[in-house]
Design a protein around this ligand. Sequence first.
Ligand code: ADP
Ligand code: ADP
Length: 238
Amino acid sequence: MITTKDLTKVYRSRGREVTALDGVDLHVREGEVFGVVGTSGAGKSTLIRCVNMLERPTSGSVTVDGLELTALPGSEHRPGRELREARRRIGMVFQHFNLLSSRTVQENVELPLEIIGADRHDRRRRAAELLDLVGLGEKARSYPSQLSGGQKQRVGIARALAAEPRVLLSDEATSALDPETTRQILALLRDLNRQLGLTVLLITHEMDVIKSVCDSAALMKGGRVVESGALTDLLADG
Ligand code: ADP
Ligand code: ADP
């Protein structure tokens, strides 16, 4: 469902070069929860930003759901029409939720649907369904500031699912949450993976997150994948 081949990203800033990704090959199968773990600076954020093409890799390819995103025209700042459409198949969940504080919970979830031009009635109905799905039906009219961290992340997840993506990318989705809330959010991601057949690619610096929800995982160090495979095999290797 997600494949990267020899993915490389070199940042150039103030005359210095930083190799954030150094030949990353990943293969995430349809319907699995795949985790990428590593310490700060390992290249995890860069990887996830290249998978949804918020960042254009320096070389190598990214294929999502059979479509080679790296072959589509446009820069990260000015994506072409095909790339914009392809990105809609990819939902994204963030560490700091990235909700709009001036909008209600319902309006936040409707946002991706507004962007694709869905009519008002459909947006309302879909947002209500999604809020029920994440257990937040009662909070539709609240504002983000009135919610707990876990509730905010539920809104973030509902919004990520609005345009019916086949793939969900999670960038440290539980890193700002306490342990109990973390467990609840991971359980929700697991449920959505099973109920909707959603493929999930998550990045984290916590091995516990990997152990509790992932089917497969990759360990990153210095821009490279140093180990990857089914979780049972990785844990058996110690
Ligand atoms: P992680 O998510 O694992 O913490 P990152 O992908 O954020 O790792 O960073 C990998 C490396 O790339 C780090 O050395 C970081 O400083 C560098 N880096 C990330 N983004 C940029 C950028 N926009 N410009 C320059 N260097 C960057
Ligand atoms: P996080 O690890 O929480 O994602 P970071 O502080 O690593 O946050 O990165 C925040 C932003 O700064 C990202 O967009 C990243 O690409 C960019 N960034 C990270 N490292 C550097 C760097 N060395 N130079 C320039 N930009 C960077």
